[in-house]
Design a protein around this ligand. Structure first.
Ligand code: UDP
Length: 348
């Protein structure tokens, strides 16, 4: 089976690539390396079944060349991360709408099946007890870039659904809810790697707003196999499935759990949304998934408990910090080592 993973050098993408290679697929990654990084695929660099194409999904030529001859596509490439979305709304709109349209066209033209990876952001400010796939979307002004992102991802889903109904494209949709795990970077605003990194360095932990907003964090290792199973189930075509975590936690409680698990001496600093993001920024007060549909279809259960997720993220950040420190020390040794005396270079 030949599988394309767009955004395969990103956090979730790189875990998916590993999983697909383990299953025996030949995998082609297309990634523009904007938020993804070759570093995420380093452990796989000698795998003969993996090809990495550095390119944009906005480039129709590149998209066609990788989709042609492939059996299926997992479409994860997107402008992601609340900070990035707020700072670069145009990138978010173009990549998420035009890029997805290019993928849909290529899949239709070359007969490839598609899994479109969407997001719980599309539910917006709906604070329902459990968000199910048909829950209403409550979005703020389209002039606030967070809602632009939610709107763009909603349009992606509508496009995908229309390609299913009008062209018979075999496409399923998954909505990820705060997926976390090793290799996720805090650079674009994600809370778990940010707070865990701060805790490991014993720095103040930056909690935005009053910290009472809640989320349900899911482990990437639970989500990826479910994504693949959904993609392989014909009943899923034309449908959307939530994939989220089981435990609802406030961000303040999350910070406390991180302190406990890592044994940190960090304390929490509350930062206003305006200072953290931009004036007028609106957050979701609450986001709780109903995973029943994915559970019924493929037996999805978000099994990894939050403390264990924190432990694994902490281990991965600590290992990265150690590798960076070792590389820095090596550079320092090379720079400061005294030149070899000429005499030792002569033959006796
Ligand atoms: N957040 C925080 N500190 C950070 C980063 C994020 O308190 O350093 C908050 C953020 O305002 C939101 C929650 O944590 O309420 C989850 O943020 P994230 O960006 O991870 O995901 P999303 O907002 O998309 O759920």
């Amino acid at each position: 089976m030949r599988t394309v993973v767009t955004g395969g050098a990103g956090f979730v993408g790189s875990h998916l690539v590993e999983y697909l290679l383990d299953q025996g697929d030949d995998v082609i990654v297309i990634d523009d390396m904007s938020t993804g990084s070759p570093q995420n695929l380093l452990a796989l660099r000698n795998n003969p079944h993996l090809r990495v194409v550095t390119g944009s999904i906005l480039d129709k030529g590149v998209v066609n060349s990788v989709v042609q001859g492939s059996d299926r596509v997992f479409h994860l490439a997107a402008a992601v991360g609340v900070r990035l979305i707020v700072e670069e709304p145009l990138t978010s709109l173009r990549t998420n709408i035009h890029g997805t349209e290019n993928i849909l066209d290529a899949c239709r033209d070359h007969g490839a099946r598609l899994l479109l990876v969407s997001t719980s952001e599309i539910y917006g400010k709906n604070t329902a007890d459990r968000l199910h796939e048909n829950s209403d979307r409550i979005l703020g002004s389209p002039l606030l870039s967070r809602w632009t992102y939610a709107a763009a991802k909603g349009i992606d889903e509508a496009f995908a659904h229309a390609y299913w109904t009008e062209f018979g494209l075999e496409v399923a949709i998954v909505r990820l809810f705060n997926t976390v795990g090793p290799r996720q970077t805090g650079r674009y605003g994600m809370v778990v790697p940010n707070l865990v990194g701060q805790a490991l360095r014993d720095e103040p932990m930056t909690v935005f707003g009053d910290g009472t907003q809640t989320r349900c964090f899911s482990y990437v290792g639970d989500v990826v196999p479910a994504m693949v199973k959904i993609a392989e189930t014909p009943e899923a075509y034309g449908q959307a499935y939530n994939l989220g975590g089981a435990e609802e936690v406030s961000i303040l409680d999350l910070a406390a759990r991180i302190v406990k698990v890592t044994g940190s001496s960090s304390e929490v600093t509350l930062i206003s949304y305006e200072d953290a993001y931009a004036p007028g920024f609106e957050d979701m007060r609450r986001r709780v998934p109903d995973n029943t549909k994915a559970n019924n279809l493929v037996g999805f259960v978000p099994a990894t408990p939050l403390d264990e997720i924190i432990r694994r993220v902490a281990a991965s950040i600590a290992a990265d910090a150690e590798a960076t420190a070792e590389a820095d020390a090596l550079r320092l040794t090379l720079v400061t080592a005294p030149p070899i005396p000429a005499v030792s270079l002569r033959r006796a």
